[in-house]
Design a protein around this ligand. Structure first.
Ligand code: CMC
Length: 438
């Protein structure tokens, strides 16, 4: 490669970075946030040099400015609007956290009451959507139904799809938070072939979800307080996680001006993959598989370390957290409490999970690569312990993350500088050639 093809860093000053390219010096501003890494503003890189930045997987790319969530992956810090996740997990509730993420401040008592009441009053869905759901095959994965149904909301709620109208944006946000438990429960009831339970507006958010999931019209459903606490905690811990794959998908979809329901459906699709939100389901499938085969944990740990084998230990590793995942630390404690109380047929599965966790934490391969159990390792175990069916795990994650997606979508649309997201590429295909004519 010729020397002139390098962009060399000449100098870094406090507020700018000077690069040399083809004997030309170029200055790029260095941007500072309130916390975290500084960013080199390369927006003019292409117009000034006709070169692009190459960063597959976005290892070194900040795609936007955001004031919602902050993560320090080395120190294991996660803040929602400045509040440490540990404090929110201890003192707050999912709906209060939702208000905080959307509005930037914690609500006072009156604001929280109003918010809860607004959220509860939007919980019904148009009956046309029930017929839509009935059209899915009986054994459709609830995530597939959820993606379709959330996208289909845009065909039923036209009065909140004008994204240039702040009031429309607000109503669609409320509708999405309110209807998500109803849709989640519908997906599950369809899968079971059981009658749909209507939402109860006099029940709080999580008990309402539980009665729609597990209640049947013939019996009174009694909500278990420990289950409510565990589920509320899981929703808080999953509520936002800055520019992860699904949130970036929502932003990218929204950047073209797509309606909010379509954007959130896009986010749910991205979440479904096993490297992201699908990992909680994959953890339990992996543990069940290990139990069924009767092979040792060491066999699977070695398999995960084998570069010729694409098997990975689900629930371990994270792109950003390289010390520990603070969500995993919180949920781990809760997990142990729940497992202590537990006397179920799933005990061998949970014992296996704990043994695997202990072995991985001692293993050099995982230590060197800073691969620790992530939130999905423990959330899968808790969800199973409290009776949430396996195919609903990622649906629960989507319910929690819903408010994070909405908050990012609202933030993006409120900024003047937002423009359509349009990454470029390094083209490695055929050069221009002529179509063969006879
Ligand atoms: N098991 C075995 N090896 C692993 C694992 C794993 N779970 N995760 C990463 N590695 C190895 C990987 O092979 C690579 O090794 P080497 O440097 O020798 O090539 C190294 O660790 C770095 O991995 P990477 O794939 O470059 O890391 P990434 O930041 O691109 O991927 C990840 C992060 C979460 C996708 C990955 O760790 C993974 O696939 N984990 C399992 C799936 C999982 O639990 N996902 C949930 C993530 S947390 C919830 C969420 O945010 O959605």
């Amino acid at each position: 490669m010729q020397r002139s093809h390098y962009i060399g860093i000449k100098q870094i000053m406090t507020n700018s970075i000077s690069l040399s390219y083809k004997n030309q010096d170029l200055d790029f501003a260095v941007m500072q946030g309130t916390l975290g890494s500084e960013c080199i503003d390369i927006r003019k890189l292409y117009s000034q040099t006709k070169t692009l930045a190459f960063d597959p997987g976005f290892m070194s790319t900040a795609s936007c400015k955001s004031a919602i969530t902050y993560i320090d992956g080395d120190k294991g810090i996660l803040l929602y609007r400045g509040y440490p996740i540990e404090q929110l997990a201890k003192h707050s509730s999912y709906l209060e956290v939702s208000y905080l993420l959307m509005h930037g401040q914690l609500p006072d008592d009156g604001q929280l009451d109003d918010f809860q009441s607004i959220i509860s009053t939007h919980s019904l869905i148009n009956t046309g959507l029930l017929k839509f759901i009935e059209g899915f095959r009986y054994d459709a994965h609830p995530m597939a139904i959820m993606i379709g149904t959330v996208g289909a909301l845009s065909a039923f709620y036209h009065d909140s799809t004008d994204i240039s109208n702040p009031r429309h944006r607000e109503i669609s946000a409320h509708r999405l938070i309110s209807k998500m438990p109803t849709i989640a429960a519908l997906c599950y009831k369809h899968f079971l072939g059981q009658p749909f339970m209507y939402p109860s507006n006099d029940l709080p958010y999580v008990p309402n979800l539980l009665q729609m999931l597990f209640g049947v019209p013939t019996e009174k459903y009694v909500v278990d307080e420990d289950t409510v606490k565990a589920l509320d905690l899981i929703l808080i811990l999953h509520a936002d996680h800055e520019q992860n794959a699904s949130t970036s998908t929502v932003r990218l979809a929204g950047s073209s001006g797509a309606n909010p329901f379509a954007c959130i459906a896009a986010g749910i699709s991205s979440l479904w993959g096993p490297s992201h939100g699908g990992a909680n389901e994959a953890v339990i499938k992996m543990l069940s598989h290990i139990l069924q085969t009767g092979k040792s944990i060491d066999y699977y740990i070695n398999k995960a370390k084998d570069k010729k084998d694409n098997f990975r230990l689900m629930g371990f590793g994270h792109r950003v957290y390289k010390n520990f995942d603070p969500r995993a630390k919180i949920i781990r404690e809760h997990c142990y409490k729940i497992l202590d109380k537990l006397d179920t047929k799933d005990k061998p599965l949970f014992d296996l999970a704990i043994e695997l966790e202990q072995k991985v934490l001692q293993d050099d391969y995982f230590k060197q690569r800073k691969l620790y159990p992530n939130v999905d390792f423990y959330s899968g175990i808790i969800l199973k312990a409290i009776g949430i069916p396996l195919n609903m795990f990622t649906v629960i994650f989507a319910m929690g993350r819903n408010v994070g997606w909405i908050s990012h979508w609202l933030e993006m649309l409120s900024k003047d500088e937002h423009r359509i997201g349009r990454p470029r590429q390094l083209y490695i295909g055929e050069k221009a050639r002529d179509y063969p004519t006879k």
